[in-house]
Design a protein around this ligand. Structure first.
Ligand SMILES: *Cc1c(COP(=O)(O)O)cnc(C)c1O
Length: 417
C-alpha cells in the first residue's frame, strides 16, 4: 500500500519563527519607515536606491511615474508574461511591443528584441521568468546602443545570478515581489530598486486604506500561506478539498480559482490604494528569509536536478535550460509537455499540485488586441508549460514521486493513432 501524498503546488515553507513578526505586528496598520528596505536588501543590491512598496506592481508603477517616459512611447516586453505587467504599461499610456522568448529559457530573446526596435522605442522591460536569468549581457548592450531605459522584472528572481551577481542592477530599475507565491513571502510587499538619480526627487504617494482592508488583506495572505505549508495542506486542506469535491464540484471549482487566480482578467485595473502600505513586519519577515536564501536556493536546485535526471527518460517531457545565462534560483520548475492540463489533472489525483497555465502569450490575448504580434515560442509555451513543485521542504522521496507520477501519465497515455 503506497502512502498517499499531498504535495502543494507551491509553498514558501516559512518556519514557525518567520510568522512571529506578523503575529506581533498584525494589528498595526502604519507603514514601515522609509529606509526599511535599504536595511534588508541594501547588501544584496548595492549602488541602487530602494523603495519599499505595497506590491511588486506598485514598484513598477512608481518607476513608470518617475522615469522620463512620454505617452505613446514604446516599451519592448516579452510576450510570454504576466498580463498585469503589460496592463500597467497600457494604463500609463505606453505602447507595449511584444518580443518573442527563447524556447530554452522562456525569457526575452535578444535577436527578436533587435528585430522589433523602431523609432518610438524608449524602454525594455525584461523578466527573469521562473527565476531563469535572462540574457542580460546582450539585452543591456542593445539598450546602451539605442539609449533605451532598461527595467528588470525580478518578481521570481531573488537569488538569481547573472555573471555571479544578484539580478536587478543591470539597468535603470527593477521590481521585486514578496507575495504569497514568491520565493520570499511576507504576505505582500514589493521593492523598487532603481538608479539613485531616478528616485532623488520622487515622493511615493501616501496610501490611505481603511483599517478593514489593511488588516484583512494581510490576514487573508497569512491564511493562504499557512494553508500551503505542507503539514497543514496534507492534514486539512487536501482532505477538505476532496470532501468538498464530493459534496459540490462547483464549490470546489471556486475554491480552486481562489488558489489559482486567472492569468488573464480583462477587467483588471491597477489602483494605488487597492492594497495596504508596506508594513514594518514585512521587512522583518524578509530579513529572516534572506538569511536562508543560499540554503533555500541550493536545496531547490538539488531537487530540480534530481527531478531533471528522472524526467530525462520520459521522451514527452522537454526540460528548459534554466542556467543558460547565469544561475537560476529554481523557484519555479517548469517543463514543456504535451497536454499540460491532462497531466496536471493526473498529478492532482496522485496528490501532486501542478499548475498548467502559469503564464500566457500576452501578444495573443484579446485585451491586448491593438498590440497583437506573432510570437511562436511564446504561443507554444502558453499551451505546453506545466509548473512542478520545487520548494525546499520536499524530500527526495517526494521528488521521486513527482517524477514517477509524470512518467506514469505518459506511459498510461500510450496513444492509439
Ligand atoms: C507576481 C509577479 C509580479 C507582481 O508582483 P505583485 O506583488 O503580485 O504585484 C510581476 N511580475 C511577475 C512575473 C510576477 O509573477
Amino acid at each position: 500500500m503506497v502512502k498517499p501524498r499531498a504535495i502543494p503546488k507551491n509553498s514558501t515553507c516559512l518556519r514557525a519563527g518567520d510568522y512571529l513578526p506578523y503575529l506581533r505586528g498584525a494589528l498595526r496598520t502604519s507603514a514601515a519607515p522609509p529606509g526599511a528596505a535599504e536595511e534588508v536588501f541594501g547588501p544584496l543590491l548595492p549602488d541602487r536606491r530602494l523603495l519599499a512598496t505595497p506590491t511588486g506592481r506598485h514598484a513598477l508603477w512608481a518607476f513608470l511615474q518617475t522615469a522620463p517616459l512620454r505617452e505613446g512611447d514604446e516599451v519592448l516586453v516579452a510576450a510570454y508574461n504576466f498580463y498585469v505587467v503589460v496592463r500597467l504599461l497600457v494604463q500609463r499610456g505606453l505602447v507595449p511591443v511584444f518580443v518573442d522568448v527563447e524556447p530554452e529559457t522562456l525569457c526575452m530573446d535578444p535577436d527578436a528584441l533587435r528585430a522589433r526596435l523602431g523609432p518610438r522605442s524608449r524602454m525594455v522591460l525584461v523578466t527573469h521568468l521562473y527565476g531563469h536569468p535572462a540574457d542580460l549581457g546582450r539585452i543591456a548592450r542593445v539598450c546602451r546602443e539605442r539609449d533605451l531605459l532598461l527595467f528588470e522584472d525580478c518578481a521570481h528572481a531573488v537569488g538569481t545570478l547573472h555573471e555571479g551577481r544578484q539580478v536587478g542592477r543591470a539597468g535603470d530599475g527593477a521590481l521585486f515581489s514578496f507575495g504569497v507565491e514568491k520565493l520570499i513571502n511576507s504576505f505582500g510587499g514589493g521593492l523598487l530598486a532603481a538608479r539613485p538619480e531616478l528616485l532623488r526627487d520622487f515622493a511615493p504617494p501616501a496610501i490611505n486604506v481603511s483599517r478593514r482592508l489593511s488588516l484583512g488583506d494581510t490576514f487573508t495572505r497569512f491564511i493562504y500561506t499557512a494553508a500551503m505549508s505542507p503539514g497543514v495542506y496534507r492534514s486539512l486542506i487536501r482532505p477538505a478539498s476532496r470532501a468538498l469535491g464530493w459534496a459540490s464540484p462547483a464549490a470546489r471549482r471556486s475554491v480552486r480559482e481562489f488558489f489559482e487566480p486567472s492569468k488573464d482578467d480583462p477587467a483588471y485595473r491597477f489602483h494605488v490604494e487597492s492594497r495596504p502600505p508596506f508594513k514594518p513586519f514585512m521587512a522583518e519577515m524578509q530579513a529572516r528569509q534572506l538569511r536562508r536564501l543560499e540554503e533555500n536556493v541550493s536545496r531547490r536546485r538539488e531537487l530540480v536536478a534530481r527531478m531533471r535526471r528522472g524526467l530525462s527518460r520520459v521522451g514527452e517531457v522537454r526540460l528548459l535550460d534554466m542556467d543558460r545565462h547565469g544561475r537560476a534560483n529554481a523557484s519555479y520548475f517548469a517543463a514543456v509537455v504535451p497536454d499540460p492540463y491532462g497531466l496536471a489533472e493526473h498529478l492532482r489525483r496522485r496528490g501532486v499540485g501542478a499548475h498548467p497555465q502559469e503564464f500566457l502569450d500576452c501578444s495573443m490575448l484579446e485585451q491586448f488586441r491593438p498590440y497583437r504580434a506573432d510570437c511562436p515560442a511564446a504561443r507554444h509555451a502558453s499551451g505546453s508549460v506545466v509548473r512542478l513543485p520545487s520548494y525546499p521542504t520536499l524530500s527526495d522521496a517526494d521528488a521521486d514521486h513527482i517524477v514517477e507520477s509524470v512518467a506514469s501519465f505518459y506511459a498510461g497515455a500510450a496513444r492509439p493513432r
